[in-house]
Ligand binder design. Sequence first.
Ligand SMILES: *Cc1c(COP(=O)(O)O)cnc(C)c1O
Length: 337
Amino acid sequence: MEWVDWRSDTVTRPTAAMRAAMLDAEVGDDVYGEDPTVDALQRRVADELGFEAALFVPSGTQSNLLALMSHCERGDEYIVGMEAHTYKFEGGGAAALGSIQPQPIVQAADGTLPLDKVAAAIKPVDPHFAHTRLLTLENTWHGRVLPMDYLRAAQELARERGLALHLDGARLYNAAVAGGVSARAIAQHFDSVSVCLSKGLGAPVGSVLAGSATLVGKARRWRKVAGGGWRQAGMLAAAGLYALDHHVARLADDHRRAELLAAGLRDLPGVALLGQHTNMVFVDVPAPCLRELDSHLAGAGIRIGIGYLPTLRLVAHLDIDDDGVARTVEAFARFFA
Ligand SMILES: *Cc1c(COP(=O)(O)O)cnc(C)c1O
C-alpha cells in the first residue's frame, strides 16, 4: 500500500520524468564555475525573480543563513518573526555562526510582523545598541500568504529606515499561485529572496538565494566557509529546473486538496478545524487521543506528524492525490465515530 504522508511537503520523491532530467544533465565542477546546469538554474531563478544573480545551495536553512551573513556583519541585528523559520527552526545559526543578534517580534495571526512594532524595535545609532540592519519576512508563513499591500508597506519602512529586506520564500511559489500573481511580483519588494525547490516543487534537494551580484558574491564565499561548495551538482540543479518547468502551476492542485481535506474534517466530532491556508490544514484533536489517532491512521497507511507543533499540521503535496484525501477523511471519520 502507498503511504499517504501528510507530515510535510518535503517528503515527495522525484518523479520518473524528473529522474530522467537528472540523468541527462550536463555537469562540471561547480567550484570552478563549470557546471552548466547549475549556472542555468541560477540564471533562471535570478531572471524569473528579477535579481542580478542567484546561488544554488543544499538547503533553505543554509540559504537563509548565507543571506543573513551577507546582509549583516558581526554585532548587527535582524528583525524577525518570533515563529519564523529563520529564527526558531534553524538552530540559531545566525547567532551561532554569524554573530548576528535576532530581534524577534510576535507575529500577527496572518503572519505579518506589525510594522509599528518593527519600527519601534529599530535601535538608535548609539554604542549601546546592536546595529539594526535587516528585516526578514516569511511567505507563505504556516501556509498563509502575506498581503501584497503589506509587502509594499514593509518595503517602504525598510527603505525609510535604511534596512535591507530579506524574504524566506521557502514556499514563495505557493504564495504566488494562491495569490494569482507572479513570483516576481512578490520578490520585487525584497533585497534578497530564498526559495526551496525541495518543498512543494518536489525536487529532492536544494534551495536558491537570489539578490544583487554583490550580495550573492558574499553568499558564495560564506557558502564555501560553511562547507557548501558543490562539485557536479548539475544533476540536482536539473531536478530544480524540471520542478520550475513542471511543478509550479500544479501547486493549485495541492491547495485544492488541502481545501478538500479541510471540508472533510470540518464536521467530524472530536476534530476542531483551525484553518486551511494554501497547502496546509491545521486541526486540533483532544491531546489524550493523539498517539492513538496516530497509530490508527498508520494502520490505514496514513502518516501525520505529531511532533513539535501544538496542533496537527497536514500538508498536501505532489505525492498525495484525490484518493489519498478521501482515504484520510474516511480514516479520521472511523476513528472519531
Ligand atoms: C523548510 C523551510 C526552510 C528550510 O529549508 P530546509 O531545506 O529544510 O533547510 C526555511 N524556511 C521555511 C519557511 C521552511 O518551511
